[in-house]
Design a protein around this ligand. Structure first.
Ligand SMILES: N[C@@H](CCC(=O)N[C@@H](CS)C(=O)NCC(=O)O)C(=O)O
Length: 223
């Protein structure tokens, strides 16, 4: 398999697809397309990206695009237990949370773009961003208290899986923009950021040096 991703520093959707590929434990190669490079802008870099967006997973000549579709495809291929909780009530909540993440949280996405190389200690969160963070706290605390905690593991549903992958970029945003959260949620975020796949991704991101001016960085402090 091959997964096409964008810049690791900024591409939150790519992070999800790539984490899913790692979580599958199946062999794959990663191909990075530099976002906003002349080839990206002309479309030359996107000829094997059906939606013109990253991530895209290629497997046996078939393309799977969109991070959630990649998770679904890899769960079918590698085994649902690697991605989804088994218990029906837990699975229902996991599906709903992933779908909500995929289609929601627009204020958080637009005001706090993922940026792994900088952090913003003086960021003042607008009310709609604070509301998004409150919603995340409700979702995560429910999953952790109903399903995660009893396993003694730090993940939302006991085993690292699709829900943790879907929310991983959000964990980086909360840390990058110093958004206040409850102690329970802070502990969860710390575990996600310390997950070996996340550390691997972040280390690669820190080594990136591509010109990229799409997102402003006033007040940003280089890590
Ligand atoms: N819903 C898609 C969104 C993918 C997406 O928007 N990717 C961005 C990069 S993070 C992209 O490739 N945008 C096209 C562009 O920047 O030209 C997914 O989950 O994969």
């Amino acid at each position: 398999m091959k997964i096409i991703i964008g810049n690791r520093t900024y591409s939150s959707w790519s992070m999800r697809g790539w984490l899913a590929a790692r979580q599958s434990l199946l062999p794959f190669v990663t191909e990075l397309r530099v976002m906003d490079s002349p080839e990206w802008i002309s479309g030359e870099a996107k000829t094997d990206m059906p939606s013109g967006k990253v991530p895209v997973l290629w497997d046996h000549g078939e393309a799977v695009w969109d991070s959630l579709a990649i998770i679904m495809y890899l769960a079918d291929k590698a085994g649902h237990d690697r991605f989804w909780p088994r218990e029906p009530k837990a699975r229902a909540l996991a599906y709903a949370m992933c779908a909500e993440m995929h289609s929601g949280f627009a204020p958080l996405r637009s005001h706090c773009p993922m940026n792994l190389q900088y952090h913003f200690p003086d960021f003042v969160a607008p009310a709609d961003v604070r509301a998004d963070v409150r919603r995340l706290e409700v979702l995560w605390e429910e999953a952790l208290s109903r399903f995660g905690a009893e396993t003694g593991e730090p993940w939302l549903f006991g085993r690292f899986g699709a829900a943790d992958i879907m929310f991983a970029p959000t964990c980086t945003r909360i840390e990058t923009y110093h958004l206040p959260v409850s102690a329970t949620v802070r502990t969860y975020i710390d575990h996600v950021l310390a997950h070996p796949f996340m550390v691997e991704w972040r280390d690669e991101a820190m080594a990136e040096d591509y010109p990229f001016t799409r997102y402003p960085i006033p007040g940003g402090v280089r890590r």
